[in-house]
Design a protein around this ligand. Structure first.
Ligand code: BGC
Length: 720
């Protein structure tokens, strides 16, 4: 392949090469017809293949053939803790992207959830680097088997939306290595991602797309990445700097394609002798390599997958993911599942019972083939013997006329960005006349029904690209509505559909709480199946749900959601690493989620080098245990393995996820689970040595069903 690349490269003129390294449309670069190099087509990502835009305008192409499968958002996918489903989800995305004629899908989004307020959290997987990496590997492999490139994004530390183009993210070396980089490293090294997207933000003083430390030293030299680095749309700011680092393709949002930094301005610098042409050659090499891998060039072209979209199999796969993504947070007195026989008339109250979420949130918006909302899901499943009534319960103002120009055009222009980037305020209309009427109507309906299911939460006015939330509280006065309803129906079920955690001040009063992220086209089906017991919930939180924002590390240090500079003062103590180490109580902890059955963990055995734990063990450490389903129905449990120092220190988190297995068991059944660890799994980054080092000492190995439900503890004594 390298020979073929050199041969092609030697035939290209400077103009042709430059054409390949910058956008010639909002979602494409130019090809070279005379050499049979095709134009290269991109699409968002990550929740399906985005609808077509006109080549150079952020205006819909107006097609009727670009409806697609709408995937559960990445937060939902991570909640399945199921690697096979991550692969299946990637496969749907890749197949549909190729089916729509794309060469690269701008997915998956894997940034670490640093604060519950980040507007794009719903697009990201988790607060934990290990879980993020494991899921990313599978998503990428799933995508790329269809001869479409994944583009893992946004590299790196793009964990806030406020001032997203200019914010300078200040992160120390150890935190970078332990928290923010590992998932990207796995994505390129183990997932084999052909492409990676440079983020908008600055990292330690330098824009990510012009950042030699990030792109040259870490990504290329250390990790050996030989794929293509694509800029986020309008993330390049200077020609020389972008040309000199290992960024390969500049994409942007304006239609003056020839004036992009890596177009005519670069040509001029080369002609003046200020930049060497060989820098362009390197970029083109990386692009051609990706094209060969995608079977876009030469004889292999005839072997390229054709893809397909909207297949029945894809819908089934999306339903499977949605089912496992639903998280049962509370189930006092076994309130759930509901028994249809006892339900002559039920009420579904709350706007998320009806609202559709596919077509929102920013660049991950999707023109969904369909989306089953919770109300429809329940009606479809309950059938004709139960009357299902709906009441909105609270007011959401209707949007003004949608503009035909997409928000994205203004979202990355420094002058117009301010208009797009407005602080998301909580809006509460419960005191208006209409608000009062809606609440009274809902309370009256609740009183006359056998069951009440409240379905509220957030929507993409809050979970959205370009803005962070200002608070974790529920908008539209929903807390008041929930409390009023609980007074007349103390045993009502509360369902929250959202993309990021919310405060739940009514949590102790409630009997049953169910959480659903935006779970794709089958959201309502999966939710109804869980509520009615056709599916036993097995979703687990891939992020901590704190009580209030003030309890979070960034809530404490104030270093989030402000423009200018944001310092990661909490260091490696992100997510549960913070709550567990600093003993801060949370509403629901990382890894948590209930089932309709019960599991116990038994017989932990930890051995190294095939024998018992030896003091100088340096080889694989085998951990085994038995999981037993002691309840009366089949179900699935996620066995989580955390490690931590036996003696608490201020330096290291007390628990860190190092492995997990999801396992299905019939009632009464038990299975042996085995996991392996190596000395590297106990390592931390040593700034002086510039390497991960495992210090001698005693470590705990904790086998859990959540970060707090520690079933069994073993020890490993490491002496080197
Ligand atoms: C987003 C990316 C997206 C790109 C193209 C940007 O605004 O940050 O995630 O892939 O636009 O739409």
């Amino acid at each position: 392949m390298e020979q073929k690349i050199e041969q092609l490269l030697s035939q290209l003129t400077l103009e042709e090469k430059l054409d390949m390294i910058h956008g010639a449309g909002l979602f494409r670069t130019e090809g070279v017809e005379r050499l049979d190099i095709p134009a290269f087509y991109f699409s968002d990502g990550p929740h399906g293949v985005r609808a077509e835009f006109q080549n150079s305008k952020w205006i819909s192409a107006g097609n009727d053939d670009d409806y697609v499968s709408y995937l559960p958002c990445n937060s939902a996918l991570a909640s399945t803790w199921n690697r096979e489903l991550a692969y299946a989800s990637g496969s749907v995305l890749g197949e549909e992207a190729r089916g729509r004629g794309k060469d690269m899908i701008l997915a998956p989004g894997i940034n670490i959830k640093r604060s519950p307020l980040c507007g794009r959290n719903f697009e990201y997987l988790t607060e934990d680097p290990y879980l993020a990496g494991e899921m990313a590997i599978q998503i990428i492999k799933g995508i790329q088997q269809h001869d479409v490139s994944a583009c893992v994004k946004h590299f790196a530390v793009n964990s806030q939306e406020t001032d997203r183009l200019m914010v300078d993210t200040l992160v120390d070396e150890r935190t970078l290595r332990e928290i923010y980089l590992p998932a990207f490293k796995k994505a390129v090294q183990e997932g084999g991602s052909y492409s990676i997207m440079g983020a908008y933000n600055k990292l330690n003083g330098e824009h990510c797309c012009e950042n030699p430390v990030l792109l040259d030293e870490i990504l290329r030299k250390e990790w050996g990445f030989d794929g293509t680095v694509v800029s986020d749309w309008a993330a390049v700011h200077r020609t020389k700097e972008a040309a000199e680092v290992s960024l390969d393709v500049e994409m942007s949002v304006t239609d003056d394609f020839d004036n992009y930094y890596l177009a005519n301005p670069l040509k001029e610098l080369i002609q003046k002798g200020e930049i060497e042409e060989k820098l362009v050659d390197n970029k083109v090499r990386n692009i051609l390599r990706m094209m060969y891998r995608l079977k876009m060039l030469g004889e292999e072209k005839t072997l390229r997958s054709s893809g397909a979209y909207n297949t029945p199999e894809n819908r089934k796969a999306m339903l499977a993911v949605a089912r496992e993504s639903v998280i049962l947070l509370k189930n006092e007195n076994k309130k759930l599942p509901l028994e249809p026989k006892n339900m002559k008339k039920i009420a579904m109250i709350g706007q998320n019972a009806r609202m559709l979420h596919a077509n929102g949130g920013g660049s991950s918006e999707i023109k969904a083939l369909y989306e089953i909302n919770p109300l429809m899901g329940m009606k479809m499943l309950l059938g004709g013997n139960t009357k299902v009534c709906y009441a909105p319960g609270y007011m959401i103002p209707t949007k003004e006329q949608e503009s035909e120009v997409n928000w994205q055009q203004d979202s990355v222009n420094l002058e117009t960005m301010a208009a797009v980037q407005v602080p998301v305020e909580l809006r509460d209309f419960t005191d208006t006349e209409e608000g009062k009427r809606l609440l009274e109507e809902a309370v009256a309906l609740a009183k006359e029904c056998d069951e009440v299911i409240f379905v509220g939460g957030l929507n993409h006015d809050y979970d959205t690209e370009g803005n962070d939330r200002g608070t974790m509280k529920l908008p539209y006065g929903q807390d008041k509505v929930i409390e009023a309803l609980l007074q007349v129906k103390p045993d009502m079920t509360i369902v929250i559909v959202a993309g990021s955690p919310v405060e739940m001040p009514w949590k102790n009063q409630a009997k049953a709480i169910v959480w659903s992220y935006y779970a794709g086209m089958e959201t309502g089906t999966a939710l109804a199946e869980v509520l009615l017991g056709k599916v036993n919930p097995s979703g687990k939180l891939a992020e901590t749900f704190p009580y209030t924002y003030e309890d979070t590390p960034t809530g404490k240090n104030g270093e989030f959601g402000k423009p200018g500079k944001v310092e990661h003062k909490e260091g490696v103590f992100v997510g549960y690493r913070y709550y567990e180490s600093k003993e801060v109580e949370t509403s629901y902890c990382f890894g948590y989620g209930l089932s309709y059955t019960e599991f116990v963990l038994e017989d932990l055995a930890v051995s190294a080098d095939g024998g018992s734990v030896s003091k100088d063990a340096t080889g694989d450490i085998c951990v085994s245990l038995t999981v037993r389903n002691i309840g009366s129905r089949e179900g699935a449990e996620v066995i989580q393995l955390y490690t931590g120092p036996a003696e608490k220190s201020d330096e290291h988190p007390v628990k860190e996820l190092k492995n997990f297995v999801k396992i299905s068991l019939e009632a009464g059944e038990s299975k042996k689970v085995e996991m392996k660890l190596t000395a590297e799994d106990f390592a931390h980054y040593d700034i002086e040595k510039k390497a991960f080092v495992t210090k001698p000492g005693v470590y705990k190995i904790m086998m859990c069903t959540s970060v707090q439900d520690i079933g069994l503890v073993g020890e490993w004594n490491y002496q080197n």
